[in-house]
Design a protein around this ligand. Sequence first.
Ligand code: KG4
Ligand code: ZN
Length: 357
Amino acid sequence: MIKKPLILGIESSCDETAASLVTENHEGKPVVLSNIVSSQTDIHKEFGGVVPELAARSHIEKIDWIVKKAIDESEKKIDEIDAVASTAGPGLVVCLSVGLSFGKALAKSLGKPFIAVNHLEGHALSPKISSQLDYPYLLLLISGGHSQFLNVINFGKYKRLGTTIDDALGEAFDKTAKLLGIEFPGGPKIEVLAQRGDPNKFDLPKPILNKGGCNLSFAGLKTAVLKISKNIKNEQDKFDLAASFQKTIEKILYKKTKIAFDAYEKQSSPKKKVLVVAGGVAANKNIRNMLKDLCVSENYQSIFPPIELCGDNAAMIALVGLEKYKLNKFNELDFPAKPRWALDEAAIFLKGAGVKL
Ligand code: KG4
Ligand code: ZN
């Protein structure tokens, strides 16, 4: 029997240190043999956000035992690994450097190829771990650092259709949580508080809803939440503000996803219409359900990663490594950390004051 590739994936782009071993079965479907994620929330919560130097130090302290644990749990031996894949970007340069250097050194010492992985490509492919995923598809990537609509034409071939011009969606959730006095990272807790609130209590703005195509903007929401949060009197007000914020996000994504459907169909005329939603915010059940319903009414198939693979993990990095391994796409050991590595490198930078839409 032909030996299937065994790939070690390493992730350290932000505040999760992660390692995973992935292979595939005889049908060519990926199989996750181990998936270890160690989060640093305890280190950063007193600062209300990720402190790059502390994050990097923690990655350095943990990376060797996280990788060892991933190998042990996979029940494979280190010399059975066929290639080492590390996230090379985008992310915090001091954090990326830890997983990247470790991965390169391990690959070299094992005499195996090294593969540099784009973290966003990991998110883009993450649903493949549990679902059939064929090209092309429309990707809505909503994480703590990115919010984009992309036409995924093929493996490694992306055309950006829209992006946030200011905050990422996860960032908007985390900032709202902070204003409500919720500890970092508060995004997932907004979802919990929202369950007990009235989503129609506060009327919040929906920036650039009727202009800018499927580009997104969330910074104005934070300002509105800030104003209201100053007058919060009791717990119920908090629940209502969380619910109103989440509902507003749903309305923005509903409208912008419809616009993205049109842009995607114009660009790619797909035979089968598929929307993939990935990234940390794809774990939000209200957003998932709203997008599922929208897809049903617009004749799209919706595909989401399993909830536990929406956030940062190394299984998605190993998965990209596996795809690249099969294509013999390896990298030299001088491959640099790329803090701003975009999926569509031809797309123009659209951020900050004065952006023309
Ligand atoms: O993909 P991810 O783990 O890291 C990045 O690549 O950025 O995404 C993390 C983001 C954080 O901003 C977090 O608050 C948000 O995803 N997030 C959520 C939920 N779970 C995670 N936002 C809203 N609802 C959730 N359930
Ligand atoms: Zn991520």
